[in-house]
Design a protein around this ligand. Sequence first.
Ligand code: PNS
Length: 186
Amino acid sequence: MKRVKAVYPGSFDPPTNGHLDLIERGSKIFDEMVVAILLNPEKSPLFSVPERRKMLEAMTSGLDNVTVETFDGLTVEYAMSVGASAVLRGIRAISDYEYELQMALMNRKLQPSLETVFMMPAEKYSYVSSRLVREVAQLGGNIDCLVPPLVAQKLREKMDPALKFAAIERTVAKSASRKTSRKKKS
Ligand code: PNS
């Protein structure tokens, strides 16, 4: 039986609820899905690629047919190299359509056997983009309903490094108290 594997490429800086919504929808119609983070040396991202990968892995840990990978170069070449026959992209509004159509047609020109599949995220995420999430977070706005809780926490830590140190301190204190109680027992 034919199995359909799709690649969902993007920057995911950071991954949003809209991305997750699309991944969940894609995982229901494709047999396998690879969420592929572009390694783009020209951009100066907010989150490093390993950070984005960790967040996406945590977000998709309950989806058995979804994996998270990174790639560089052309999306079509990456998709072919992993045996995918489709590229998944999300369209939130008409404003996305022009760019996405152009990209889909260019990808078809480069690799005619690869199909681009467009899906719409839930309406409630139609205005959510990584760029706006970054901007709102950087200006101190509330991003809790726009991204998964783990991403919201990471964004807060990025904006206020003191929070990160506090989290590290808590972890260190916890492991120290575990060690002390082990010593007391022995
Ligand atoms: O999340 P984004 O930033 O909208 O994703 C854009 C992405 C990564 C899908 C696009 O920039 C891309 O495919 N880049 C890889 C290079 C490539 O294949 N370029 C030709 C596209 S027609």
